[in-house]
Ligand binder design. Structure first.
Ligand SMILES: C[S@@+](CC[C@H](N)C(=O)[O-])C[C@H]1O[C@@H](n2cnc3c(N)ncnc32)[C@H](O)[C@@H]1O
Length: 289
């Protein structure tokens, strides 16, 4: 059992709900125009480092004729993905030693994964399992803008918690973000490892609850996604240093965060606009075997 990512880096809720929104069907055409996959073919698509499965699930909806497989090293992510996303074949495994025969897939895709895996192994394995003419899509978040309204700012109690947390958290010894690549280095690396017709495109997604383009249900989901991510961050610290905070401190932090996001939802429901937003710029580097 390997759960180092879900326990120490990003929790299931953080990844699943943020990606559900980032890869919502509202943005389908934006992404598909960048991916340029041949929908006339009966495609086999592999997602590398699929986490809890939100992008693999979007691929199933966007390419209904395709057979989608998702692979990740984290046992809890794969268990969760299997429970929540039908129609995708999820399995636990290592991206540097993919358990598939040569020339199995028509496309491979990954989102915010390449910076965590040694590039030679990352690209070599995808090249190997792709059929001739197969497409490799590497997505990474390059920039984001966060507009936080006063009502979602940190209270004094939260600031004190984070100050204290800084004194107790040990540096992460896990292989996280060891291979960062700039916007220029990523396409260069794809070419270096054998891919042709390499291109790079950028997709900006703004999640703004008060924007009328989002239904009330979606607006609630956007606010709740931030709630889950805040709760995950706090609970990761509490799990990592169980003796450092009292049970009362832990409960109080959870209460404060929930109260803050409950208030934001009430404001939304009353029509009190705050215009908080999260804009992410996703780079897609596309290459052909
Ligand atoms: C930043 S998360 C992104 C997860 C998912 N792509 C998403 O966007 O929600 C990075 C993921 O890569 C996975 N990962 C890292 N190294 C891996 C490896 N060598 N083989 C398989 N998965 C790996 C982690 O377990 C984690 O789920």
């Amino acid at each position: 059992m390997n759960n180092f990512w879900s326990a120490n880096v990003q929790g299931i809720n953080t990844l699943y709900y943020s990606r559900k929104l980032r890869f919502d069907d509202m943005f389908k055409e934006q992404y598909k125009s960048v991916f340029r996959l041949d929908e006339n073919k009966k495609m086999k698509i592999l997602e590398i480092g699929c986490g809890p499965g939100a992008l693999a699930s979007a691929f199933h909806r966007w390419y209904p004729g395709a057979e989608i497989t998702g692979i990740d090293r984290d046992t809890l992510f794969i268990t969760f993905a299997k429970e929540h996303e039908n129609n995708v074949d999820f399995l636990e495994g290592d991206a540097t030693a993919l358990p598939f025969a040569d020339e199995t897939f028509d496309a491979t895709v990954s989102n915010t994964v390449c910076e965590h895996i040694e590039p030679e192994a990352f690209f070599r394995e995808q090249y190997r399992v792709l059929k001739p003419g197969g497409v490799c899509l590497v997505l990474s978040t390059k920039k984001s803008i966060n507009v936080t309204p006063e009502c979602l700012g940190e209270s004094e109690a939260e600031k004190r918690f984070w100050e204290k947390a800084q004194k107790c958290t040990t540096p992460c010894e896990y292989p996280v973000c060891r291979y960062p690549m700039s916007e220029a280095e990523l396409p260069t690396a794809m070419e270096k490892y054998g891919f042709g017709a390499v291109s790079a495109a950028y997709t900006a997604i703004a999640l703004t609850p008060d924007d009328p383009a989002f239904s009330p249900q979606k607006a609630h989901e956007i606010i709740d996604s931030q709630r889950y991510s805040s709760l995950d961050s706090v609970n990761r610290v509490l799990r990592g240093s169980p003796d450092f905070f009292t049970k009362a401190e832990a409960q109080e932090m959870n209460r404060l965060i929930n109260a803050k996001f409950d208030r934001r939802i009430s404001q939304y429901d009353r029509g009190e606009k705050q215009w908080d937003t999260e804009v992410t710029l996703t780079m897609t580097v596309r290459g052909v075997k």
